[in-house]
Design a protein around this ligand. Structure first.
Ligand code: MG
Length: 428
């Protein structure tokens, strides 16, 4: 009897001790019980009193850049605004259209019922997943977590059960200066504070290649290894540009460099092809940036193809999905290195998951674009000795600089066109 009284007392907590309690948690003492639901509370009666009032879509194109970022801001009647990113490279109009399709559904919903809203958006429209719909959903999910964290006054990683680490290990790319001055650029990035670097193939590749292009990649990577030594980790992102026979021949020649991984050695549309490459090499394989939701990662993990999964926090469906994908990977002894070529808003979302999972390996960040960094109010990507700090502010911990991004405006992006020497279309 005494314990029941104590239990009821705990449920009736409100007001002074927890200022937002009554706003976020309904009355659970019995008034909400609904006869129509057999004496149980209906889901609607269990919703909090905060409601979504609008969803705003903010496209931004940096000066002299090809890519366009798509941000979402979700407004609430509690005066709290959630920020998310729904960027899908090269397809801003499609993503913005998908977001516009969802605006009406979201208005009036409880933004703190994140999983429920996610499931409704995913399932109710019948056609689901894919890059456009998952990225739109990812942007909304990130914004809802931002609202949840702000309402409760804690960083999102705290709500996800973190922290599991005190700082976040990061890597960046050698960028367009590779391969011409790859070793020099690598030394510069190490001096700035990076301890892990990634390179890409350059130009176009045939489906089967002779030795020259393979040896060029190997020579470039050897030059970078000699420049930075063994205390800096190196990765090679084949970017799905290489076909299986080229990929495994290259990977075999790279074995002596002990890369942290070779990424997307084949296109993810044929996991059996990737499996064939994996069976012939000893270099760890990373993949996942072009897979969507937990269902997109299931086969990749079950087939035992990868050592590292790389869900994109936006394209994979947001913080909610990447946390689950990480758990699936954990059960297969696979590490997580979230893909992240997008804005600092996406970086912030990644950091919260990184800080709350046990099998995090390393976080991708873009470095050196001052116009990009100026879009947000917090320098959250500041690297020191290979790491960046956990976000400390409530929610996502970062806001858009509206005055700056208004100046940038919006332009429709152009394709990056890649052709082989005979004029046929290459991979990009
Ligand atoms: Mg990649």
């Amino acid at each position: 009897m005494r314990s029941r009284r104590a239990f009821l007392k705990r449920l009736s907590v409100s007001g002074a001790a927890y200022p937002l309690y009554d706003r976020l948690v309904p009355d659970l003492r019995g008034e909400a019980l609904n006869a129509e639901h057999g004496g149980s509370a209906s889901l609607a009666s269990l919703a909090g009193k905060v409601k979504i009032t609008d969803l705003q879509i903010i496209p931004v194109t940096l000066p002299n850049a090809r890519n366009t970022y798509v941000f979402v801001e979700i407004l609430t009647d509690a005066g709290v605004k959630g920020l998310g990113e729904a960027t899908l490279e090269g397809k801003p109009e499609a993503t913005m259209g998908a977001l516009r399709d969802l605006r009406h559904f979201l208005i009036g919903k409880d933004p703190t019922m994140i999983e429920h809203v996610w499931q409704a958006i995913y399932r109710f429209s019948f056609y689901r997943s894919g890059p456009v719909l998952s990225s739109a959903l990812g942007g909304i999910d990130i914004a809802l977590w931002d609202i949840q964290g702000k309402l409760l006054g804690v960083p999102i990683w705290k709500l996800l059960g973190g922290p599991t680490r005190e700082r976040i290990r990061v890597y960046t790319h050698l960028g367009d200066e590779y391969p011409d001055r790859g070793a020099g650029r690598a030394r510069e990035l190490v001096a700035i504070g990076f301890r892990a670097l990634k390179t890409f193939p350059q130009g176009s590749y045939e489906m089967v290649e002779g030795p020259s292009k393979i040896h060029k990649i190997v020579a470039n990577l050897k030059g970078i290894r000699e420049a930075v030594g063994e205390n800096v980790d190196l990765m090679f992102d084949a970017h799905g540009d290489l076909y299986p026979s080229v990929s495994w021949q290259l990977a075999r020649e790279l074995e002596e460099l002990h890369l942290l991984w070779i990424e997307e050695p084949t296109l993810p549309e044929d996991l059996d092809a990737m499996k064939k490459v994996q069976e012939k090499i000893s270099v760890p394989i990373a993949a996942g940036e072009r897979l969507f939701t937990i269902w997109g990662f299931r086969e990749l993990l079950e087939k035992g193809i990868v050592d590292v999964v790389q869900p994109d926090i936006v394209h994979a469906g947001g913080i909610s999905q990447v946390k689950k994908i990480a758990a699936m990977a954990e059960a297969h002894y696979v590490a997580v290195a979230p893909h992240n070529p997008l804005s600092p808003v996406a970086t912030a979302a990644c950091l919260h998951v990184d800080a709350a999972i046990p099998n995090f390996l390393i976080q991708e960040v873009v470095y050196g674009l001052s116009a990009r960094n100026a879009m947000v109010n917090e320098p959250i990507e500041r690297v020191s000795d290979g790491y960046i700090e956990l976000p400390r502010k409530p929610g996502l911990g970062v806001e858009l600089n509206h005055d700056i991004i208004r100046q940038y405006g919006y332009r429709h992006p152009e394709f990056e066109e890649v052709y082989r020497p005979d004029g046929s279309v290459g991979e990009n």
